[in-house]
Design a protein around this ligand. Structure first.
Ligand code: DC
Length: 217
């Protein structure tokens, strides 16, 4: 197996941005595992699959034609990078995240990537379940309000109509579900280092993680 740096943490902590930039600095591959859960969700919504039927979800995931070229998500060749971030998709991801059979398939995809390349991977269960022997593990978080503000600003920058209170309420609900899930709940691995990014810029976080991954001699 190649070297793996895991970045787990709650929604809106900036994990994707930080993981992507850190991977760029290291020259390693970036793995956005949330995008995998999202593309299965999008495909299920489009196909009208019963989200409460684990067998149907597993069949859908087994036949899924998804690809993750750098920075993009493709579904049957169509670029769905924006579509997978829709609020409707975000809300429905819990059905996919709670489905053991689908999780098993996605974990296998994730490990296959790390068989080929050094990776910086981000998600909820990367340090605990998927890569227990990772080279370095981080749990990246920030205060509730700061995380909600970041997502709110991001949505507004894209021209979306966003309400901070609604973003905060959705985020709290998703955090609670992610942390209490029966399988692969979100929690820091025992050997993960927690990084609280409240009040830090993205560049500061990336520089800090970079120093921790590859301390200068
Ligand atoms: O990080 P994100 O918001 O793109 O993740 C979308 C959902 O996918 C999240 O609510 C929980 C789920 N998820 C998961 O269960 N395990 C992962 N490794 C990554 C995401």
């Amino acid at each position: 197996m190649h070297r793996v740096v895991t970045i787990d943490g709650p929604a809106g902590a900036g994990k994707s941005t930080v993981a992507r930039l850190l991977a760029g600095r290291l020259g390693w591959r970036f793995l956005d595992t949330g995008a995998m859960y999202r593309v299965v969700t999008l495909a299920a919504l489009r196909a009208g699959t019963d989200l409460e039927d684990p067998d149907a979800l597993d069949r859908l995931a087994a036949g899924l034609d998804a690809a993750f070229p750098p920075g993009r998500v493709l579904l049957a060749g169509e670029d769905v990078s924006q579509a997978v971030r829709d609020v409707a998709v975000t809300r429905a991801t819990r059905f996919i995240a709670d489905c053991a059979a689908v999780r098993g398939r996605l974990v296998a995809w994730q490990r296959a990537v790390a068989d080929r390349d050094d990776v910086v991977t981000e998600g909820r269960d990367q340090g605990t379940i998927v890569f227990p022997d990772a080279f370095r593990k981080f749990f990246v978080t920030a205060s509730d309000l700061e995380r909600a503000r970041r997502r709110h600003e991001e949505l507004r920058a894209k021209g979306a109509d966003s309400d901070l209170e609604a973003v905060l309420a959705d985020q709290r609900a998703r955090d609670a579900r992610d942390a209490s899930r029966a399988i692969a709940p979100m929690r820091p691995a025992a050997d993960a280092e927690t990084i609280d990014t409240t009040g830090m810029t993205i560049d500061e976080v990336v520089a800090l993680l970079h120093r921790k991954v590859l301390p200068s001699p």
